[in-house]
Write a protein that binds this ligand. Structure first.
Ligand SMILES: *Cc1c(COP(=O)(O)O)cnc(C)c1O
Length: 346
């Protein structure tokens, strides 16, 4: 079976982790601080705070904004469930916006239509590695949380994603652009909110009983994070090469290829194509041929909350599939995937 995704772990990554193990300093310490600094520098961000996951980072962003019951948060329904859970943690209300059928990212015009006087934040994921139209959304004066979990290293109009919103969150889950097993990062424009986030990340050594969490990363994960971050430009390059090869081979088949704008290109966390037939059936045929193709998201979020409508989100969910893409995908494996897709669709 050719897996749908796989982390790229090199000897360097293993050495970096082994070094921390030998030091017997496993909890978060000076390596976390080094990872945070390197991460912020790499993407020209002011501050970065490492967390135990991307979901924890999202939760901390909502806490930093004092969001609670009765507050509304706008997000797309076409994204992973993590966002909805973070909204549940603070007892707020999810308001879904439609997506753009070409990019699969949140539709800025629909965001504008869904704003009410209770809207307290907009979460903008850069889905599958492709930057969302963040500048079109940034004009409404409501705090923006960029969800860069799938797009670390991508650029919108030549500027790194994460540098547009009031907050940006990242994930280093095992299958993401760079992996630490579990882990995340949050950045904020406001220095005082960064301090608030740092305080909420850890319960230890505090003189009062304000609500705090244990959302820290370990030095083991941070050491892996540093090694992976250094390899990120190479990982992205390899992903782009694999994506371009798919697109060259598929352009004459009956499918919509991933949107590829020139100035805000994808880092191809996923290679997602849209078919003019039920994705489910094609996924089954690919799985039977030993290729782990997948639905690009698990379930449209509005189905979990019982909201109706969302014709575009539902249609994209029904018709899209995600093919294997990762730096360690071998060219022979990709050739087999290409030939199999051709046989099925031609
Ligand atoms: C993976 C992911 C998250 C959650 O990150 P975890 O580290 O798994 O908690 C949030 N948003 C998006 C878009 C993701 O892909």
């Amino acid at each position: 079976m050719i897996p749908h995704s796989k982390p790229t772990i090199r000897r360097k990554d293993i050495r970096a982790v082994a070094k921390v193990m030998r030091r017997r300093q496993l909890a978060g310490g000076k390596i976390i601080a080094e990872f945070e600094r390197l991460f912020a520098d790499t993407f020209s961000l002011n501050h970065a705070v490492a967390t135990s996951s991307g979901t924890a980072a999202l939760h901390l962003a909502l806490c930093a904004l004092d969001i609670g019951a009765g507050d509304e948060i706008i997000l797309p329904g076409f994204v992973c469930v993590s966002l909805l859970q973070a909204i549940q943690y603070v007892d707020a209300t999810a308001v879904f916006a439609e997506i753009d059928p070409k990019t699969y990212n949140i539709d800025p015009d629909d965001v504008r239509r869904r704003i009410t006087d209770r809207t307290r934040a907009i979460i903008v994921p850069h889905l599958f590695g492709l930057p969302a139209d963040i500048e079109k959304i940034s004009c409404c004066g409501i705090p923006i949380i960029e969800d860069c979990a799938q797009a670390i290293g991508a650029k919108y109009n030549k500027k790194p994603v994460g540098s547009f919103g009031d907050f940006a969150v990242f994930s280093f889950y095992a299958t993401k652009m760079m992996a630490t097993g579990e882990g995340g990062m949050i950045t904020a424009k406001s220095a005082s909110l960064v301090e608030k986030i740092k305080d909420m990340r850890s319960y230890d050594g505090k003189p009062n009983l304000k609500l705090r969490y244990n959302y820290k990363m370990s030095d083991i994960e941070a050491a892996l994070g540093i090694a992976q971050l250094k390899a990120l430009p190479q990982f992205i390059q390899q992903r782009i090469q694999i994506a371009e090869k798919y697109s060259n081979e598929f352009h004459n088949l009956a499918m919509q290829l991933p949107h590829a704008p020139r100035d805000s290109g994808s880092v191809y966390y996923r290679y997602v194509v849209r078919l003019n037939q039920k994705a489910k059936n094609i996924i089954k045929l690919l799985n039977d041929a030993g290729i782990q193709a997948r639905k690009p998201i698990y379930i449209p979020l509005q189905r979990l909350t019982g909201h109706r409508g969302y014709r575009i989100t539902e249609e994209i969910y029904r018709s899209t599939i995600s093919l294997p893409i990762y730096p360690s995908l071998r060219s022979g494996e990709q050739r087999y995937i290409i030939n199999t897709v051709r046989q099925i669709l031609e």
